[in-house]
Design a protein around this ligand. Structure first.
Ligand SMILES: Nc1ncnc2c1ncn2[C@@H]1O[C@H](COP(=O)(O)OP(=O)(O)OP(=O)(O)O)[C@@H](O)[C@H]1O
Ligand SMILES: [Mg+2]
Length: 229
C-alpha cells in the first residue's frame, strides 16, 4: 500500500462507500470520476479499492496525469487501520469502491463510511437487487442514498419514475447521471470525466454529484455521522 508522507493533520475526513451487490451499475466509474473532481476542487482525496476485480486499481495504473487521487487496493481487514493512516496524512475525502457481490468487503466499507452511495440504473432489477445492501446499511445505522446512473440522456419517464420510487425507498441524489460514452472512455484512459472533457455534460453531472454529496456530509464527517436517510 502506498501512502503519501504524513501531513500531521487531524482534520475532519469524509468517507464515501460505493456499494450495491448489483454488478455493473457504475460503482467504480463514479468512484474514480468523483475522486478526480474532488481533487480538482482542492480536496485531498484517496480511493480504496476493495474489489478483487481491481477496476479502480487498474484505472490508476493506466493513469498518466500528474497528481489526482491515489488508489490503494486493500483487503476488508485492512480498512480500519487505513482510515487512521489516511486521516493522519490529511486526506479529506476517502472514496471506497466495493465488489458487486455481497462480501465482507461491502460490510467493512459501510462500517467506515459516513455516506453510502448506491448507484442504480433506472431499472427495477437494479432497484430490487440493491435492497439487501440497503438492509445492511440500515443495520449499521449509516446514511445512504441511491444515485441514478446510466439514465437515458435528456428527459425520460423511466428516469423520473425511478427517481420517485427511490425517493420513497429512502433517499436519492438530486442529480441523475446519464449514459454517456465519456464514462467508458475515462475508465479506459485512467482519467476522470472532468479531466477528459471539462465542458462535457458527464463532467457537469459528476461535479453536481460531488457538490450534493459534500453538502449531505457537511457537519457529519467520518466517525461523527448520524443516520439521515
Ligand atoms: N453513466 C455512464 N454512462 C456510460 N457508461 C457507464 C456509466 N457508468 C458506468 N458506465 C460503464 O458501465 C460499465 C460498468 O460500470 P462500472 O464498472 O463502473 O460498474 P460497477 O458497479 O463498478 O461494476 P462491478 O459491480 O462489476 O464492480 C463500465 O463499462 C462503465 O464504463
Ligand atoms: Mg466495480
Amino acid at each position: 500500500m502506498r501512502f503519501r508522507l504524513p501531513a500531521g493533520k487531524d482534520a475532519a475526513m469524509n468517507v464515501i462507500a460505493f456499494v450495491t451487490q448489483k454488478g455493473g451499475t457504475g460503482k467504480s466509474s463514479l468512484a474514480v470520476s468523483l475522486a478526480v473532481a474532488a481533487e480538482e476542487r482542492g480536496i485531498k482525496t484517496s480511493i480504496i479499492d476493495l474489489d478483487p476485480q481491481g477496476t479502480a486499481k487498474n484505472w490508476y495504473e493506466r493513469r498518466e496525469a500528474e497528481g489526482g487521487p491515489e488508489v490503494n487496493a486493500l483487503q476488508a481487514g485492512q480498512l480500519e487501520a487505513a482510515m487512521g493512516l489516511l486521516k493522519k496524512q490529511g486526506v479529506q475525502l476517502v472514496i471506497i469502491d466495493t465488489p458487486g457481490v455481497d462480501t465482507p468487503a461491502a460490510t467493512a466499507a459501510i462500517q467506515v463510511a459516513n455516506l453510502c452511495l448506491i448507484p442504480a440504473r433506472p431499472s427495477i432489477a437494479d432497484i430490487e437487487a440493491a435492497r439487501p445492501t440497503v438492509r445492511s446499511i440500515a443495520r449499521l445505522d449509516k446514511p445512504f442514498s441511491y444515485v441514478l446512473n446510466q439514465c437515458p440522456p435528456g428527459r425520460s419517464i423511466r428516469t423520473s419514475d425511478a427517481f420517485r420510487v427511490l425517493q420513497l425507498s429512502g433517499a436519492v441524489a438530486s442529480t441523475p447521471l446519464a449514459m454517456r460514452a465519456d464514462h467508458m472512455d475515462a475508465l479506459a484512459t485512467g482519467q476522470g470525466v472532468t479531466e477528459r472533457d471539462t465542458n462535457s455534460k458527464a463532467a457537469a453531472e459528476v461535479r453536481e454529484l460531488l457538490q450534493w454529496a459534500l453538502t449531505k456530509m457537511e457537519g457529519k464527517p467520518h466517525g461523527q455521522e448520524t443516520r439521515v436517510a
